[in-house]
Design a binder for this molecule. Structure first.
Ligand SMILES: *[C@@H]1O[C@H](CO)[C@@H](O)[C@H](O)[C@H]1NC(C)=O
Ligand SMILES: *[C@@H]1O[C@H](CO)[C@@H](O)[C@H](O)[C@H]1NC(C)=O
Ligand SMILES: *[C@@H]1O[C@H](CO)[C@@H](O)[C@H](O)[C@H]1NC(C)=O
Length: 296
């Protein structure tokens, strides 16, 4: 009896500990990314996306970019939990698909980059073979849009030893939280309050202005991808940013205030913009108008 209770307790504790890691950018982050992505879709891609969206999206991709985090708690989708992140070896500050992309049981491809390959493949195959019922393309679209966001959150490619910052307890100003959550949510929330009158559309506009303005020299290199999809370089960028910005000066017990916020906010905002641009790119590549045999 006691043994049973202890096991139950340990399992609940492990589940509670694991939950924050798979929550991805907070709701706001995913919303911003998908709003931006939608702005850069071609006519064909936008039509294809709208045709696949479920009713609850009301024709707007950004309304379902958080879906993967919501269903992850349902029994039927528990298998998808490891697909939100990839763990890398402590302090190496690099990422390798073959070494790192597996779940806790060592099953290959079960990580965020593997999932991005999986769902972009499903969408492109399904789009060319619409009669195929092999895949649920609505789910593939919602998963892909979510995971392209997650792979850009630096601590979703963080160290395995601290579960991507989840076990690093810090204070965000006066609030007790953990480092992972600071990067998923707190920096974005503080930025919204401080710079955008808590209006998410103002943040989106500012980021889009920078995409066509301040960052226009860099944007072509963000889009550079010789394949259907390129999640591996995005994961490498993330772990580099995690080492350079997220983990630095954020040891267990630290209190993070203005110094940390002001220097990390630009990193977070640029990652949101990059992620939006890249999501649009991959959807545009997937949904390029099918060459019509009849018309030729
Ligand atoms: C690929 O997608 C299918 C359908 O959702 C899923 O069952 C499978 O676990 C996925 N695998 C990876 C590595 O994402
Ligand atoms: C595909 O997935 C969506 C979202 O989970 C669901 O509502 C729909 O019923 C699924 N379609 C099929 C054919 O299973
Ligand atoms: C826009 O880009 C400039 C120059 O890189 C940067 O200083 C500023 O913080 C950016 N604004 C936003 C909203 O990210």
């Amino acid at each position: 009896m006691g043994g049973f209770e202890l096991k139950w307790f340990v399992r609940v504790a492990v589940v509670l500990m694991m939950v924050p890691e798979i929550l991805g950018w907070g709701k706001e982050g995913h919303y911003v990314i998908c709003k931006i992505a939608q702005e850069y879709l071609t006519e064909d891609a936008l039509a294809a996306v709208k045709a696949l969206l479920p009713g609850q999206a009301e024709g707007d991709l950004s309304n379902v970019c958080f879906w993967a985090d919501e269903v992850r708690h349902h029994y039927h989708y528990r298998w998808s939990a490891p697909l939100h992140y990839v763990d890398t070896p402590d302090f190496l500050c690099n990422y390798k698909y073959c070494r790192d992309c597996h779940d806790g049981h060592g099953h290959m491809d079960r990580c965020v980059t593997g999932a991005i390959y999986n769902y972009s493949m499903q969408l492109s195959q399904g789009y060319y073979d619409l009669n195929s019922e092999k895949y649920n393309l609505t789910e593939a679209l919602m998963f892909l849009s979510h995971f392209v966001g997650d792979v850009h959150q630096p601590l979703h490619v963080g160290f395995i030893g601290d579960l991507g910052g989840n076990t690093i307890v810090v204070r965000w100003y006066r609030r007790k939280t953990n480092l992972h959550h600071v990067w998923d949510t707190m920096i974005i929330e503080s930025a919204l309050k401080t710079y955008y009158k808590s209006d998410i559309m103002l943040m989106i506009q500012a980021l889009m202005k920078n995409i066509t303005d301040g960052w226009s020299d860099e944007v072509p290199s963000w889009e550079d991808c010789p394949k259907l999809v390129c999640p591996d370089p995005y994961a490498s960028e993330s772990i580099h940013l995690a080492c350079k910005f997220a983990y630095r000066n954020a040891t267990p017990g630290s209190t993070l205030t203005d110094d940390y916020f002001l220097s990390r906010r630009p990193v977070v905002e640029k990652r949101l913009a990059q992620s939006g641009v890249r999501l649009a790119e991959v959807l545009n590549r997937i949904f390029t108008k099918k060459p019509s045999v009849v018309a030729q």
